[in-house]
Design a protein around this ligand. Structure first.
Ligand code: AMP
Length: 213
C-alpha cells in the first residue's frame, strides 16, 4: 500500500505517520526529515536546502522530486511507503504520478488558529521524532518514549511558521482538490484530542482500503 499524508504544518502529520507506518509495515519517507538530515551533515543538498527551510519556503521542485524519485527505487519501498511532506504543490504531484502509483491520500484538516501555538510550542525528539508541546512538558528535556533529547526546530518560530502556513495555503491546499478528483482522498479532522483518537479513525479507513487492494 502506497500512501500520501497531507495536512498543514502542525496538523499532527508526524505522529500519525509513525503510527500508520508501524501498523501497515510501510517505509516512512519524510522530505522534511531528509532535508534536516542533509543540513545536519553539511551535504551539498543540505547547504542548498537550508536557505529555503530557514525562511519557510519550498526547496526547488527539481531537487525535491529527484530525491523522492531516487528514494522510491530503494528495495525497502517494495513493502509499501508513506510519503509525508511530499508532494507539496501541483508540480510535485504531477511528477509523482509519472513514477509512482498511489493507493490513498490521508488528509488531516485542522483549524489554522491552532497551528501557530502548536508549532511555536513544539519540541521534537532528536532520536525517534516524537513531538510534544512545551506546555505539557513541565520542564522535561528528554523524550518520554525513548529518552532522546528534545529540541526546537529552527523553523518553528512565529515568522517562519507564518511563511510556512502561507505556502501551505497557496501551494499545498490545492492538492486536496487534485486527489479528490482522482477519488483517492480520505479526509479527517485534526483536533486537540490525543493523537490516538484520530488514529482510530485513520485505522478504520486504511484497514478498509487495504482490503480492496
Ligand atoms: P516539514 O518537516 O515537512 O515541515 O518540512 C520542513 C521544510 O523542508 C519545509 O518548510 C521546506 O522548506 C522543506 N520541504 C519539505 N518537504 C518539501 C517538499 N516536498 N518540497 C519542497 N520543500 C520541502
Amino acid at each position: 500500500m502506497n500512501l500520501i499524508l497531507l495536512g498543514a504544518p502542525g496538523a499532527g502529520k508526524g505522529t500519525q505517520a509513525t503510527k500508520i507506518a508501524e501498523r501497515y509495515g510501510l517505509v516512512h519517507i519524510s522530505t522534511g526529515d531528509i532535508f534536516r538530515a542533509n543540513i545536519k551533515n553539511g551535504t551539498e543538498i543540505g547547504l542548498l536546502a537550508k536557505s529555503y527551510t530557514d525562511k519557510g519556503e519550498l526547496v526547488p521542485d527539481e531537487v525535491t522530486v529527484a530525491i523522492v524519485k531516487d528514494r522510491l527505487t530503494w528495495p525497502d519501498c517494495e513493502k509499501g511507503y508513506l510519503l509525508d511532506g511530499f508532494p507539496r504543490n501541483l508540480y510535485q504531484a504531477e511528477a509523482l504520478d509519472t513514477f509512482a502509483k498511489i493507493d490513498g491520500v490521508v488528509n488531516i484538516n485542522i483549524d489554522h488558529k491552532l497551528l501557530m501555538d502548536r508549532l511555536c510550542g513544539r519540541r521534537v525528539c532528536r532520536d525517534c521524532g516524537e513531538s510534544y508541546h512545551v506546555s505539557t512538558l513541565n520542564g522535561a528535556t528528554k523524550c518520554a518514549r525513548c529518552g532522546g533529547e528534545l529540541y526546537q526546530r529552527k523553523d518553528d518560530n512565529p515568522e517562519t511558521v507564518g511563511a510556512r502556513l502561507a505556502v501551505y495555503n497557496e501551494q499545498t491546499a490545492p492538492l486536496i482538490d487534485y486527489y479528490t478528483q482522482k477519488g483517492i482522498i480520505h479526509n479527517f479532522t485534526g483536533t486537540e484530542a490525543p493523537a490516538e483518537v484520530l488514529f482510530e479513525e485513520v485505522k478504520r479507513v486504511l484497514d478498509g482500503l487495504l482490503n480492496t487492494l
